[in-house]
Design a protein around this ligand. Structure first.
Ligand code: SF4
Ligand code: SF4
Length: 432
């Protein structure tokens, strides 16, 4: 694609990077076929190619974002299916990241939109705020249908509807400290506790820690780590996102220097995609660029690390698992086969639902901010999963677990919970 930026514009490293990305696009439109919003809405402006044109026009003309650009960029799930499909290697992820930063700086959103975004940014990344907020939301759940009828309050209704119904399990897995290996030592890793996940389902990291320590891995939960920054990053709030990244880079660097790390283990693929990008996010910060690149190189999805431990094949469990590959797993991190191989090796029969490349509509806070599109994608995903007639659904991202779990009666577990069970851990409570 031809671009027309001035030398002055290209002096801005963000514009210079976006220009390079834009130049790779050859307008072929292959990406439209796999874009969930184009497939759902049928509007070229809700396709990757349409969004690329909108971003190009906005940046080239040095224009503040307008309502049209914001509408179509906000509808993008950042699922990155377009990057998997694109034959020209267009780095849509970093282009849309730049567009979102530009929108945040130049566009004044309607008051209710601003308020909800601010509230999400102030609550979700902090477990000590998210936990009581969730308790309040459960009390407010019966009002969701009422709020749905008031357009600006639909995100609040969506938030209430997503609130998990059952008792939330208290977990010790985020408590800082070292979990000693229970077999001959084979490695030392740090594990990310994260922000929303330990509140919504503390059992996931418990299972990961149990499995790893049983296999001889020392697991460190470092003091001071927090949200990876993905939630605010996807809202275009660049400085808070970089602050979260710097804080984690400092914590893990200390741990690398103290005892060495074979990996930084992440059990939420949405966080994994962001942490693997820290090197890029902090590339312009001379104090952090090198440290951040080192952290990104050590970041591993839990299944990537478990695969290096060469687990033995197990007898059949007589249980069929529908494997839902989170977008951040398959498109963001290009981990496609590995989790299924581990599950099969652990004795499960694994089925691939149709249209596995399409997002379930979770996408960070997307299911709150874009509830109508998200609901359509959820219904489509649940239909495809249920058609495989599984006993259980497995996936590697808490966002997908919450989203899909709110649309089906089938139990939905993290892949590592099934692996932990298959290799000597307790049977997950959801399967009782
Ligand atoms: S990231 Fe997903 S929703 Fe956004 S343009 Fe690409 S395929 Fe479409
Ligand atoms: S597939 Fe790639 S090159 Fe083709 S229109 Fe989409 S982004 Fe551009």
């Amino acid at each position: 694609m031809q671009t027309n930026f001035t030398a002055e514009q290209l002096a801005d490293p963000y514009v210079a990077e976006s220009e390079k990305i834009l130049r790779r696009c050859v307008h072929c439109g292959f990406c439209t076929a796999t874009c969930p919003t184009y497939v759902t809405l049928g509007n070229e402006l809700d396709s990757p190619r349409g969004r690329i044109y909108l971003i190009k026009d906005m940046l080239e003309n040095d224009r503040p974002a307008d309502a049209e650009v914001v509408t179509h960029i906000d509808r993008c799930l950042s699922c990155l299916a377009c990057m998997t499909t694109c034959p020209s290697g267009v780095d849509y992820m970093h282009l849309v990241d730049h567009a979102r930063i530009h929108i945040e700086k130049t566009y004044r959103r309607p008051p209710m939109d601003r308020m909800i975004r601010q509230m999400l940014a102030m609550i979700l990344p902090y477990p000590s705020r998210f936990r009581p907020a969730l308790a309040l939301a459960r009390l407010g759940r019966p009002f969701a249908p009422l709020l749905k009828g008031i357009k600006p309050l639909r995100p609040v209704a969506a938030m209430l509807e997503l609130t998990p119904q059952g008792r939330l399990k208290h977990s010790d897995s985020s408590r800082p400290g070292v979990r000693a290996p229970e077999a001959a030592p084979r490695g030392r890793v740090a594990i990310l506790s994260g922000c929303a996940q330990p509140v919504l389902d503390g059992g996931i990291n418990e299972a990961a820690i149990r499995l790893l320590t049983r296999l001889g891995v020392e697991v460190v939960v470092p003091e001071g780590e927090g949200c990876c920054g993905a939630l605010v990053h996807h809202m275009g709030k660049e400085e808070p996102a970089l602050d979260f990244a710097r804080r984690n880079v400092d914590v893990w660097t200390r741990e690398i220097e103290r005892g060495g790390l074979d990996g930084i283990i992440i059990t939420a693929s949405g966080c994994g995609t962001t942490i693997k990008d820290y090197g890029h996010m902090l590339r312009l910060d001379p104090a952090y660029s090198e440290k951040a690149a080192r952290v990104s190189a050590l970041a591993k999805d839990v299944t990537e690390y478990v695969a290096t431990l060469e687990l033995p094949a197990q007898d059949s469990k007589g249980m069929t698992v529908a494997y839902h590959s989170a977008c951040s797993m398959q498109h963001g991190q290009k981990i496609t086969v590995l989790p299924k191989t581990l599950l099969k090796q652990a004795g499960f029969t694994v089925r691939d639902p149709a249209e596995g490349h399409l997002c379930c509509g979770s996408a960070g806070t997307y299911n709150i901010m874009q509830p109508e599109i998200s609901a359509q994608l959820k219904a489509r995903k649940v239909r495809n999963i249920e058609a495989t007639q599984p006993d259980v659904i497995a996936t590697g991202n808490i966002g997908c677990m919450t989203q899909i779990g709110s649309g089906t009666a089938l139990p939905i577990l993290h892949t590592v919970e099934l692996l932990d069970w298959a290799y000597g851990g307790p049977k997950p409570a959801k399967l009782a």
